[in-house]
Design a protein. Structure first.
Length: 438
């Protein structure tokens, strides 16, 4: 099994680096996984941590037996590990959820009555959709414009308010000015929720230093694909909000009346929690911290530069960007190819070259439509006619990358630990071949 190229004494590997997949003609080739932004592969230390926990796996919090006590200790230690990983305040709640979407919806259920959320149309649907009352802002032309828009929107709102923003776009990888946005939110008496799902696999996050109120992220993006996510942040709204799930563990007593836990963590973790998911998430946090962010970022930036330079050299390939090619970003690059639908590109890359990418609108329909100008930029006239036929026959979901509104999609390549120069060069070579066939 090959080792990820990381210039650091501590090296970490992912499972599946030796995976071989069939391609056209029946050959087997090593898999070039360039779909990390959807779900990252499992780190070996994460798999080892889950395997170590399984023999003594038992119920948590309410068992007197040794296995139950040990499992409870591991589960609560995972909470402390995640708190440290994001640089949370000592009194912040750490609530384990299924994923970022679940965490965001949990917070939405706990907002004080009358709260207005302010959210950009550039957000993932997980951040765009859960709010009972929301003001949506147009995609900003530059980072300072994002701060200005948030400033004006928050100033116009009476009552409790929450600014919702991503730390790193799941479409373009571009980093958002979350520190400046947090400052603006607090100046207007608002709170801020940061979707950190695409940031924490690539960059260190310090909630306290950035003065963030809430962050949410998913284990499956963070090399821990065991079905856990997390919401971290201030306790008061969470302790006062309606329990997200109602059942055992969320209550202190049930009689003629119900006494719910005031503590935010048990209050919103009813039932048997995903203990192994929490252990896996914590193991990923420990592994990334031990590997060292400087080395990880340096290697990622080298590979992303290689990818973007290669794409720029191919006629007919167009990278998507909100704030231009020089804006800092994590290891995510989206693009379209003239003469092809996104699904056609993705299927060719997989079936002919053994490359895994993502196609579609990446659960960010308004943003991708904005970036593409709501045009058929990446398709020929013949492709547009074919898509129109698909609309009439109900097959648009299959041809257009899972997007049911009939508009053009994009291709997304994303990298992480385990990505290599050979993966990048194979993608660039494959796109050269596809472009030459037009």
């Amino acid at each position: 099994m090959s080792v990820a190229t990381i210039s650091h004494p501590v090296q970490v590997k992912v499972l599946g680096e030796d995976l071989e997949v069939p391609v056209k003609g029946g050959r087997l080739v090593s898999y070039a996984n360039l779909d990390y932004a959807a779900s990252a592969p499992c780190l070996e230390p994460v798999s080892a941590a889950v395997a170590a926990a399984l023999p003594a796996y038992s119920s948590v919090h309410r068992g007197a037996g040794y296995a139950s006590q040990l499992t409870t200790a591991r589960y609560e230690q995972a909470r402390h590990t995640v708190r440290a990983f994001v640089g949370a305040r000592p009194d912040d709640a750490v609530i384990f959820t299924r994923n970022t979407t679940d965490a965001t919806n949990l917070l939405a259920r706990c907002l004080p009555e009358g709260t207005t959320a302010v959210v950009f149309d550039t957000e993932h649907h997980a951040s765009l959709l859960p709010w009972p009352q929301a003001v949506r802002l147009a995609p900003p032309a530059f980072p300072g414009e994002a701060v200005r828009q948030a400033d004006e929107a928050l100033a116009a709102i009476e009552g409790p308010k929450l600014l919702v923003v991503t730390a790193a776009s799941n479409v373009t990888g571009e980093l958002w000015p979350i520190a400046a946005l947090a400052h603006i939110a607090h100046r207007h008496g608002a709170r801020i929720l940061v979707d950190a799902a695409q940031l924490v696999p690539h960059r260190r996050l310090n909630l306290t230093a950035l003065d963030l109120d809430y962050v949410a992220f998913s284990g499956h993006k963070l090399y821990a694909p065991f079905g856990a996510g997390v919401l971290v942040g201030r306790r008061d709204w969470l302790s006062e909000g309606e329990p997200y799930l109602k059942g055992g563990g969320a209550v202190k007593a049930v009689a003629d009346t119900i006494e719910w836990h005031e503590d935010a963590e048990p209050r919103h973790e009813a039932g048997t929690p995903n203990v192994l998911g929490a252990i896996a998430l914590a193991a990923a946090c420990d592994a990334l911290t031990a590997t060292g962010w400087t080395a990880l970022v340096r290697e990622e930036e080298r590979l992303v530069s290689r990818l973007r330079e290669g794409l720029a050299a191919i006629e007919g390939v167009h990278e998507l960007s909100l704030w231009g090619p020089d804006h800092p970003r994590v290891g995510i690059v989206s693009f379209v190819v003239d003469g092809y639908t996104a699904r056609e590109v993705a299927e060719a890359l997989s079936g002919e070259y053994g490359i895994g990418v993502r196609d579609g609108k990446f659960c960010a329909h308004p943003f991708v439509s904005h970036l593409l100008g709501a045009t058929e930029r990446g398709s020929s006239a013949g492709d547009s006619e074919a898509r129109a036929d698909d609309d009439r026959s109900g097959r648009d979901h299959q041809r257009d990358g899972g997007c049911e509104d009939g508009t053009t999609s994009a291709v997304r390549a994303s990298i992480g630990i385990g990505s290599t120069e050979e993966h990048i060069d194979r993608l660039i070579g494959a796109l050269h071949d596809l472009a030459a066939r037009r």
